[in-house]
Design a binder for this molecule. Structure first.
Ligand SMILES: C[S@@+](CC[C@H](N)C(=O)[O-])C[C@H]1O[C@@H](n2cnc3c(N)ncnc32)[C@H](O)[C@@H]1O
Length: 392
């Protein structure tokens, strides 16, 4: 008999004797005959598609264990680089709040996420993570999309914008009057904010009765189809609060990997925002200009052309929110500089920890980490961290 003590990075339970056990929660007991006896943190998964659907890996955990998993994941990534810090209580997004999702649709009409560790699609009859507005389109899309006679699987990106749901279908383009009529009827009946198709040549909008926006920091920003957005408004609020707390009263801040301006539009003082996606940075520029915010934008590839140490040293604070790969070259420039405060937002504890080590070697202290669980019941972990250095 052995007890499950923690959850591994991919979601299996780990027993005290080191065995990995699928679908086990901390506190469960593994009997000698292999039977798993549920403990106090093991709950009945709310969704009928669990564990087949690949959207969730941890629905059998209560929130206390899920939060423990998030904290452990960050602590062990730091430990691999010899780092420790204060890890605050994770900010967990509630069920039914995910505002963007990518579903797959087969020519047969089967629609959903791919199954865990397979390419099969689980036909979605319920979902406890995505916002109800997104789920409401699943059955209608199942009826509409097969009528376009695509020969292969389609990807459908759904985003909850200010005006309603923004839909981008990749892999087909409707042709002719009957497709057009079906599309218009679908969009009107379900009050869709926009529907665009991308058959390999970039998104082409077919329905957008009024310009689609997403409000960030009180500013309505034009939303390019399938642009990056934090996954839930609760997750966004937790990250924005941690970033604003980190930078304090900075008079001039650089927001690197700025996207549509989630942080740039929430920060005090003047902001320089750099981003590699042209449509996103143009949207931020237009919105900030209209709202008369002091945000100066630059379209810049920060992997090829990171800000140099001399450029960085002009700022009171830096916000950096790179993709999963981290930002090795940009962080190397930062580590050699004198900026007093860095707010680092990450969606990958492993690359974050490697970058944190570079900053520590450059003389920065890692003050604290705010974990954020905005991909409920998944093994995906996000965080915001504060680094500071004393004036030399
Ligand atoms: C995790 S998102 C963060 C966006 C934004 N900070 C937010 O919270 O909405 C990472 C951003 O990095 C951008 N990005 C990816 N590679 C880049 C590169 N090489 N140079 C500059 N930006 C890049 C992406 O387009 C995306 O907007």
């Amino acid at each position: 008999m052995t007890t499950i003590t923690r959850i591994a990075a991919r979601g299996e339970g780990v027993a005290a004797d080191g065995r990995h056990v699928a679908l086990a929660a901390p506190g469960d007991t593994l009997a000698d005959d292999g039977t798993l006896i549920p403990g106090p943190h093991h709950i009945d998964p709310p969704c009928r598609h669990y564990p087949e659907c690949g959207g969730c890996q941890l629905q059998h955990l209560d929130d206390e264990s899920w939060a423990g998993f998030i904290t452990d994941r960050i602590a062990s990534a730091l430990d691999a680089h010899g780092l420790t810090t204060i890890i605050r209580a994770p900010a967990l997004s509630p069920p039914h709040t995910r505002r963007r999702a990518t579903l797959h649709v087969e020519p047969s009409g089967r629609i959903g996420f791919t199954a865990e560790r397979s390419h099969q699609i689980v036909d979605l009859h319920e979902c406890h993570v995505i916002a109800p507005e997104l789920f409401a389109l699943v059955r209608p899309l199942k009826r509409l999309l097969p009528s376009f006679k695509a020969k292969r699987r389609l990807d459908v990106h759904l985003t909850l914008a200010d005006q309603g749901v923004d839909v981008l279908v990749k892999g087909v383009a409707p042709e002719g009057l009957s497709h057009h009529d079906a599309l218009t009827a679908f969009a009107q009946a379900h009050k869709v904010a926009r529907i665009a198709f991308d058959d390999g040549m970039g998104p082409e909008t077919r329905w957008e009765p009024e310009p689609v926006t997403i409000t960030l920091g009180g500013v309505a920003v034009p939303l390019p189809p399938a642009a990056f957005l934090q996954a839930t408004t609760e997750g966004e609020a937790a990250l924005v609060a941690a970033v604003c707390e980190s930078v304090g009263a900075a008079k001039i801040t650089a927001d690197l990997f700025a996207g549509l301006g989630t942080f740039a539009l929430a920060l005090p003082g003047r902001v320089y925002a750099a981003e590699g996606a042209r449509d996103a940075i143009m949207a931020l520029k237009a919105a900030a200009g209209r709202a008369q915010r002091l945000v100066f934008t630059e379209h810049r590839d920060l992997f090829r052309r990171p800000l140099t140490t001399a450029e960085l040293n002009r700022f009171d604070a830096i916000v950096i929110d790179p993709p999963r790969a981290g930002a090795r070259d940009q962080v190397t420039q930062l580590a050699a500089g004198t900026v007093p405060v860095i707010a680092y937002v990450s969606c990958n504890p492993s690359t974050f920890a490697a970058d944190a080590q570079r900053l520590r070697e450059g003389g920065y202290a890692l003050d604290w980490i705010q974990p954020v669980g905005q991909f409920r019941w998944s093994t995906h972990v996000e965080l915001a961290a504060r680094f500071s250095r004393s004036p030399s």
